[in-house]
Write a protein that binds this ligand. Structure first.
Ligand code: ZN
Length: 476
């Protein structure tokens, strides 16, 4: 039995769409014209895809009560933008005898299957329209780009947006931009630049400069008058703040610094081995690969610095392949340490050290940042396991919201347990081509010195706080 009872459904998912009030008014008017009684209007207001549609669920439940004949919507896309969802919903409605009345996309067909067909056409056309709009937008962007125009009103630091074809330099900010380039070209790194600007009270949009701001200023082609985006690189119509050459020079330095960084290797035994001839601490020496042939890897050596710089006359010299000597020393140290009694000693020493460090800071509370630093250092030195580090950081992060200082918590720092310590130390024994930061800190901390003879034979390994040579110890 057809009654004149109706419900409505309104939805607004973006601020650009017709407001809920507007949709409700339109529905009410339409229902009124036909003397239909609009019993209830369900609504959803959300943004984003993961919006919960509570109103929609209530509306569906209401349809299932079979009390209503009409469902009013402003447009079909308020129900769904997806054609198959629309059809499914249409089938659901007709199952309960409900007719969908859409004001913007009227379904004029009377028969069920014709209505179904109409919905499908309306939905498909709407889909096509949305695609066209998106495509038109892309075309408009592309055209703008080809004309050397910025796509949106968002312009980089140093500029002000007046209109599409008018972007001007903000002189004070531009001065900072030029400064960043000058500082970088004179040898300062990103962090150094940040601290120089901070010391002078110079900010970027109200905040202190951070590494990514500096990097952005140095790399954004916009500053040299170009626009670089998904459509390619074109000369913009906006005024440049720095020259193309200046930006290229910066690029070259960035490249060279990057390469240098890749060359970096932590020498586990830095400062631990002396030249058997002259007594100087051995220093690192890198060999190859040559520019022409990249067929072999770099080789790292511990060399006598006198010999390396001044030749044989200064010192007969010695060359130790880094991987070989490190593997030999590390194996011996781990074997020595991996003994219950000795581990017990280290454990209590580590704990004492940690406690001492804590006592120094006294009763006062520490900042979260300094606590985090302490945890990272403990991790790097092999005192904390990765799990302990994660736990500690998690705990500290929980305080971050409130921003208050944290009372040092003793339990974590005291839990250098024997089992964990053993595992940590054994895991540190696997020395790769590139030693890890944990290995570096651990062996720098543990080893006092290594004695070698002129034939590269290791005579003695001495650990800090342990007077005897651990090699002679082993033989007993
Ligand atoms: Zn020497």
């Amino acid at each position: 039995m057809e009654s004149n009872h109706a419900i409505g459904y309104i939805r607004q998912s973006t601020s650009k769409q017709k407001s809920l009030e507007w949709q409700q008014d339109v529905i009410q008017q339409e229902a009124g014209k036909r003397n239909r009684q609009l019993v209830h209007v369900f609504h959803d207001k959300a943004s984003g895809k993961n919006s919960e549609r509570t109103g929609f669920s209530l509306m569906k439940a209401s349809i299932a009560t079979k009390k209503y004949t009409f469902l009013y919507v402003w447009r079909l896309d308020r129900i769904s933008r997806n054609v198959s969802d629309l059809l499914e919903f249409h089938d659901y409605c007709s199952q309960y005898g409900v007719i969908i009345v859409s004001i913007a996309d009227p379904i004029t067909a009377t028969g069920d299957s014709m209505a179904r067909f109409q919905i499908s056409v309306i939905g498909s056309v709407a889909q096509l329209q949305r695609e066209l709009i998106a495509e038109n937008q892309r075309i408009a962007f592309r055209r703008k780009h080809d004309l050397g125009l910025q796509l949106t009103a968002r312009v980089p630091f140093g500029y002000r947006y007046i209109s599409t074809d008018k972007i001007v330099i903000q002189e004070e900010e531009a001065e900072t931009v030029r400064r960043v380039y000058a500082l970088y070209l004179s040898g300062s790194g990103y962090k150094r630049i940040c601290s120089i600007l901070a010391a002078e009270g110079i900010k970027v949009r109200g905040n202190p400069f951070r590494v990514h701001n500096v990097r952005g200023i140095l790399t954004n082609a916009f500053y040299s008058g170009y626009i670089d985006n998904e459509f390619g690189n074109v000369k913009g119509i906006h005024p440049p703040i720095v020259t193309r050459k200046l930006q290229n020079d910066v690029g070259k330095i960035q490249q060279s610094r990057y390469v240098k960084k890749k060359d970096f290797r932590r020498q586990l035994l830095t400062g631990k081995i002396k030249c058997p001839h002259c007594g100087k601490n051995l220093t690192i020496h890198i060999v190859g690969p040559s520019q022409k042939s990249r067929s072999y890897n770099k080789l790292y050596y511990y060399n006598c610095p006198l010999n390396s710089v001044n030749g044989k006359l200064a010192c007969k010299g010695i060359h130790l392949r880094a991987n070989e000597i490190e593997a030999q020393i590390v194996t011996a140290v781990i074997a020595f340490l991996n003994d219950k009694e000795r581990l017990g000693q280290i454990q209590s020493q580590l704990n004492k050290k940690v406690v001492k460090k804590r006592d120094r800071t006294g009763e006062r509370t520490e900042s979260i940042e300094s606590r985090k630093q302490a945890a990272l250092v403990a991790f790097e030195k092999g005192v904390f396991s990765a799990k302990q580090l994660a736990d500690e950081l998690k705990r500290l992060n929980q305080y971050k919201a409130g921003g208050e200082a944290v009372q040092p918590k003793d339990e974590l720092l005291d839990t250098v347990r024997l089992k964990e310590l053993t595992e940590r130390i054994v895991s540190l024994g696997a020395v790769q081509q590139m030693p890890t930061v944990q290995q570096y800190h651990f062996f720098q901390e543990v080893i006092d010195r290594i004695d070698i003879d002129s034939q590269k034979k290791v005579l003695g390994i001495y650990l800090k706080g342990y007077k005897k040579n651990i090699l002679s110890e082993k033989k007993e």
